[in-house]
Design a protein around this ligand. Structure first.
Ligand code: TZP
Ligand code: MG
Length: 240
């Protein structure tokens, strides 16, 4: 009798086990918590925008003055040079407990132990980047349309960079300007955090947040200022 029941139940248990085995990797992936990030003010530390100034000092100053997140953006830099820089910045920011992301370069992010990566639409696809970076590192992606925002959320992005909200000369070949309306439209469609970017200054920072962004990301409002520490403090006070 017991054997009879067992032979009936056994295939069911076997099938359940197979499903669990299929599910388990995802369950494990989801269970790794993302490091909590304060999205308020991201400095996109662009190596070109730093010019001849020491980018590490600018970053250290901004982080000390309240920037809640730093992203290193080094277009057209040699891998070796960018990695050396990333390692130095990583050390400075680890000591300050300020999260550090790398723009575009998944390899550099892995090599320097960064907290996350920011991808553009033409960079490595999110799903591939996730395979390399795992769940514990943050992945964000730039979006300019609702469609891109929805795709980013669907593919597991931890946040999106929505922009350009306003005109900017800090990026080549900028796509359509979103304006506050475009930003609001994206906010209505996605739940993941939004970092608004493009032409954001202390004067418009507040309305950008009111339009639904969780934080702002800036290049020139900090890097373009003579005193990056004062500029950071001024942005923080505009946001508070
Ligand atoms: N992506 C969209 S706009 C932009 C990037 C990288 C540049 C933002 O720079 P700025 O100087 O803050 O307008
Ligand atoms: Mg890119």
């Amino acid at each position: 009798m017991i054997l009879g029941i067992f032979s009936k139940v056994s295939p069911i248990i076997h099938e359940m086990k197979r499903h669990l085995e299929e599910l388990e990797p995802n369950v494990l992936e989801l269970s790794v918590p993302m490091k909590p990030i304060d999205w308020k003010l991201c400095l996109v530390a662009d190596t070109e925008a730093a010019g001849t100034r020491d980018i590490v000092s600018i970053i250290e100053g901004a982080a000390g003055a309240g920037a809640t997140l730093i992203q290193l953006r080094g277009k057209n830099r040699e891998t070796r040079e960018l990695l050396d820089l990333a390692l130095r910045i990583s050390e400075v920011l680890n000591a300050k407990k300020v999260p550090f992301f790398i723009n575009d370069r998944v390899d550099i992010a892995l090599a320097c132990g960064a907290d996350g990566v920011h991808l553009g639409q033409q960079d490595m696809p999110l799903l591939q980047a996730r395979k390399l970076l795992g769940r514990e590192r943050v992945i964000g992606i730039s979006v300019n349309t609702i469609r891109e925002a929805l795709a980013a959320e669907r593919d597991g992005a931890d946040y999106i960079g929505a922009g350009p909200v306003y005109f900017t000369s800090s990026k080549d070949k900028i796509p359509a300007i979103l304006g506050l309306e475009g930003l609001r439209a994206i906010r209505e469609k996605v739940r993941i955090p939004i970092l608004a970017i493009g032409g954001i200054t202390r004067q418009n920072a507040r309305v950008v947040i009111s339009a639904g962004a969780d934080g702002i990301a800036v290049i020139s409002a900090i890097m373009g200022e003579e005193d990056p520490i004062a500029a950071t403090k001024s942005l923080i006070s505009a946001l508070s």
